[in-house]
Write a protein that binds this ligand. Sequence first.
Ligand SMILES: Cc1cc2nc3c(=O)[nH]c(=O)nc-3n(C[C@H](O)[C@H](O)[C@H](O)COP(=O)(O)O)c2cc1C
Ligand code: SF4
Length: 625
Amino acid sequence: MDLHLTGALPSSEEEAAVDKLLGAPASGWEGGARRIGSDDRAAFGGHAKREQRHMLLPVLHAVQARIGWISAGASNYVAQRLDVAPAEVHGVASFYGMFSLSHRPPVVAHVCDDIGCLAKGAEDLCKKLESKLGPAGSPCLNGNATWQRSACLGVCERAPAALTTAAGEKPRERVLAPADAAGVESLLRDAVAGKLPAEPDELNLKLSVPQAGNNDLHLLRRIGQGNPASLDDYKRMGGYEALRRALDMGPEAVVRELNESRLLGRGGAAFPTGKKWEALLKQRSEGRLHYVVCNADESEPGTFKDRVVMEGDPFALVEGMTIAGLASGAHKGFIYLRGEYPLAAERLSHAISAARAAGLLGENILGRGLNFDIEIRRGAGAYICGEETALFNSIEGYRGEPRSKPPFPTQAGLFKQPTVVNNVETLINGLEIIREGGAAYARVGTANSTGNRLFCLSGHVKKPGVYEIPFGATLRNLIDLAGGVGGTGRLQSVLLGGAAGTFVSPKELDVPLTFEGTRAIGATLGSGVVMLFDDSVDMKKILLRIAEFFRHESCGQCIPCRVGTVRQHEVLERLASRKPLGSTPEEMKLIREMGQAMRDASICGLGQTASSAVESALKRWSLFE
Ligand SMILES: Cc1cc2nc3c(=O)[nH]c(=O)nc-3n(C[C@H](O)[C@H](O)[C@H](O)COP(=O)(O)O)c2cc1C
Ligand code: SF4
């Protein structure tokens, strides 16, 4: 930190990384030879540069991708170029798990040890890597590489997973799943030699979408049926018919169809989508800028459906966002994409460029007077940035800390302007609603949960992957569809909704997978996670990992969550290490009381749900007795 204040200087490579993104500085900058001073502010344009603060995350990404870490000198240069105080740059950079502020080799394998991978041998994989390459975080391969443990990488259907990143002038990223120690080591060697191979797509598709090609699919219908990089293939499969129809209908009619469909958001909070779009449309005459933000952060452990859609059908998201832009009067859309999704980033940026080149994005879309364009912003490893207002702060170049609501995003969202924020799956449902009509869409499912839903099956299930089923099927139906219980074949528990969700027992498999059905048993669908654990799994370890996750991911802004997540983890650690096992009624009461305090007094959903999975498990099983 001192270095920031005393003016550490950037290397020429660090400067080049920043300049490549921001353009060369106008004048008055003499490379690394000068210290930061007030004169530089004038040279770089003061106020005008401060308006570029939203470039902070992209610039930090650029430095990290080129060098492998962010030095104090690089930070200072970024601060100067964007006219943001060095301490602020440090504060933002240190918020995000993907940024390293201490020296690190350029090649890193991030090995997931989160719950889905834990159930599929992550601990064993980490032990083997330790014996082959040395302890996590230590340099290996002559100091050119390292490996480290990571939170969920969103590839749970192919667990255990690892992501290798190689910094340099042409940075590379590559996911390996399923991963074994030899595979990780071999990728590290390839990356050090400058030849990290691309992912084999076909194999991944078979493993990720077991229903691919099935005629009953709606949301997943195009996946695997064409080249995801081809706009022609997308159009051949009905792509852009919905946008044409929406343009014919006009924004008011599109919103009417959405309301009639009774589509509820698929990001976890289940808010009516039509109501959000309508709220923006009503403000159209006020002359403020409107934004559509696609929440593609997908950091809930066990969730991977949005990744599969973005990798397998990227044009659908582009078209879905364009319809949302039309219906809400927005001129600009942002996709806030999980930082750990390199293939989705590549596919989406290609789709955006191809759509732009074909007149399907930009000015006067299809010659119909609609102006709308999309930009991708990559997250940097902070679960809390999936919370919609934290996400806005992140795009704006601040720490991803949630804002108090109200005002709601539809009133003052991104850049304080009216904003629609929707999940990837929600936005692609919009295409189906325009195609079929809202009333027809609402006939599928139940009265309160309409349409089809994507579920992320992982853990001990025979055929893990993303599944699409109409609302109303039971958990048992879904597990049967996925081939039944895997592993030992004896089911111990199912985690519904992710780390922020609820454990249910084998006695509860007849719960209907609807918003109301899960609510009736005190559970939640959340982001569609269905993670199975067989009877070989030590559930204490799973609970400890969940508690550790929340402790790490709390943004620390409010006390109940900041303190509660730490204490919850500490109590569980104490109970799990006690020999022989045994807990007192006071300890169990303490866990419940802490959960209640977090639920009642936390600002955002992270604190409010941080004890949900833990408490649900302790209610069903005597794990510490
Ligand atoms: C801690 C936290 C993490 C979240 N992560 C995500 C996420 O990764 N993706 C998502 O769509 N919604 C996420 N949400 C919910 C969003 O705040 C928001 O409700 C959602 O993006 C709205 O889109 P929808 O109406 O289409 O569901 C998260 C909420 C919280 C509290
Ligand atoms: S509840 Fe937790 S994550 Fe949410 S604002 Fe408070 S401290 Fe941050």
